[in-house]
Design a protein around this ligand. Structure first.
Ligand code: FAD
Length: 429
């Protein structure tokens, strides 16, 4: 029986020849060795790009979840690769541990998240893949490799953000820290002030980000810093904030914006004011992650940190010159340079700018125009989000692009893990 797979945003579909759900590395290695066709592991389907599509065997890792080992003294845990981040956060918390940084949501699987370079915010913090200390990988030949900085370092470097192109990750050893609480401060700030004070905001706060409301000079800033346990948001306040003011407000603004595009600047202005200041303290993972119930399309680019102002000015020009009306705020986050070949922050401190469009609304022109702006700033696209770049353009933007390709050639010379997206962004296997 064939089934149709769809991603979270609903813009990617696939009809795999087979869906398999192995429960351990041995079964997975047998599966790959005897597949006789292309193989593609899939996580929670939260990528917007076609990175997870296959017409061969789709490997669903839902039976490979949970902790395999905990070394509290060394701050290391080994986790099965299909573990959703939500489950991982709770397992860690129960053992008094936590991930140092997380993205906006916790629905992704651990392997899916690291494989696309998923990141949160924090000028001194790398993407989730920088927290990885070891990986177990089933290769195209069906071997099970254990790789780390000490054992097969060049494979390890590449496989931390491997785009699913190097093999199937079966477990991940992660550096974690003792569980901590974060004090969250959220509030409006004029865009000019954010840009003027950006260095200070990004460096004096452990996790700083802001949302800029297009067609306005308004932003919502978020500052999360480690703190002693304090007062979490009451359940009712959290419900009102997350569901009504965030998800509900975006749902409403998207509906209104679609019905009356000329009102979008006024609607954004109102939303920018309506999201009022709030402060609370809670367990780290509850502060980092919140639910996203409004479906949307997203493109995200990393630019050198110093280019944030130019990037925002470029997006503003796009909306002004084209007359496009954009309801969703632009999310701006920060991350530290790392040494992972295909990490968006490879070799440079970065700012991440994400543009969104409500599902069902035309996004192509907005994204294309913003992509052109990001190209002038040496921008690098998020592998799991929409973008239109190919291998020739990407090679010039990633200093170690060809090192990654060499590792891919070595591990998967026949393209067992290839698909159309990988052919485009890496070149044919
Ligand atoms: C609402 C929403 C919010 C988001 N927030 C953020 C954010 O804050 N920060 C950010 O950076 N990104 C964010 N993303 C993007 C998301 O984190 C990435 O696209 C991530 O890859 C999704 O994880 P997944 O488990 O759904 O992976 P999938 O989309 O299912 O797969 C992604 C890739 O990982 C590969 N893969 C999966 N499992 C394995 C494995 N075991 N071994 C090898 N390869 C594997 C797949 O083959 C595929 O190539 C968001 C996406 C959505 C929809």
């Amino acid at each position: 029986m064939t089934t149709t797979w769809r991603n979270w945003a609903g813009n990617q579909r696939a009809t795999p020849a087979e869906v398999r759900t192995p429960s351990d590395a041995t079964q997975l290695a047998d599966l790959v060795r005897t597949a006789g066709q292309r193989v593609k592991p899939i996580g929670s389907g939260h990528s917007f790009s076609g990175i997870g599509i296959t017409d061969g065997i789709q490997v669903d890792l839902r039976r490979m979840t949970g902790l395999q080992a905990v070394d509290t003294d060394r701050g290391l845990v080994t986790v099965q690769s299909g573990t959703p981040l939500r489950q991982l956060n709770e397992l860690l918390d129960a053992g008094g541990l936590a991930m140092s940084n997380l993205g906006d949501i916790d629905s992704q699987t651990l392997a899916g998240a690291i494989s696309t370079g998923t990141h949160g915010t924090g000028a001194a913090f790398g993407a989730l893949a920088t927290q990885v200390r070891g990986l177990e990988l089933v290769t195209a030949g069906g071997s099970v490799l254990r790789i780390s900085a000490q054992s097969k370092p060049e494979l390890f470097q590449a496989a931390r953000v491997g785009l699913g192109a190097l093999g199937v990750i079966t477990s991940v050893t992660l550096a974690v820290e003792p569980a901590f609480t974060l004090h969250a401060q959220e509030g409006p700030m004029p865009l000019d002030q954010v840009l003027t004070d950006l260095d200070e905001l990004a460096h004096t706060n452990e996790h700083f980000e802001f949302y800029w409301f297009p067609h306005t000079d308004r932003t919502l800033t978020k500052r999360n810093n480690r703190a002693e346990p304090g007062r979490p948001l009451g359940r009712l306040r959290r419900l009102v904030d997350d569901e009504l003011l965030s998800n509900g407000a975006f749902w409403l603004t998207c509906r209104l914006g679609k019905a009356a595009p000329r009102l979008v600047p006024a609607i954004n202005d109102l939303t920018g004011r309506a999201l009022s200041a709030r402060e609370y303290t809670d367990r780290s993972y509850r502060v980092f992650c919140s639910p996203r119930r409004v479906r949307f399309m997203e493109m995200e680019y990393a630019v050198p940190r110093a280019a944030v102002g130019d990037a925002i000015a470029g997006i503003r020009r796009v909306t002004e010159l084209t007359g496009m009306r954009v309801t969703f705020p632009v999310e701006v986050r920060f991350g530290a340079a790392d040494d992972i070949p295909l990490s968006m922050a490879s070799g440079r401190d970065s700012a991440y700018l994400a543009v969104h469009m409500a599902a069902g609304q035309p996004y192509r022109r907005y994204f294309d125009e913003v992509e052109a702006v990001m190209s002038t700033l040496d921008g690098r696209p998020h592998w799991g989000k929409m973008h239109g770049l190919g291998a020739d353009e990407l090679r010039g933007r990633y200093p170690a692009f060809d090192e990654f390709r060499a590792v891919r050639q070595r591990l998967d010379p026949d393209g067992v893990f290839a698909n159309e997206y990988l052919d485009r962004v890496l070149g044919p296997a």
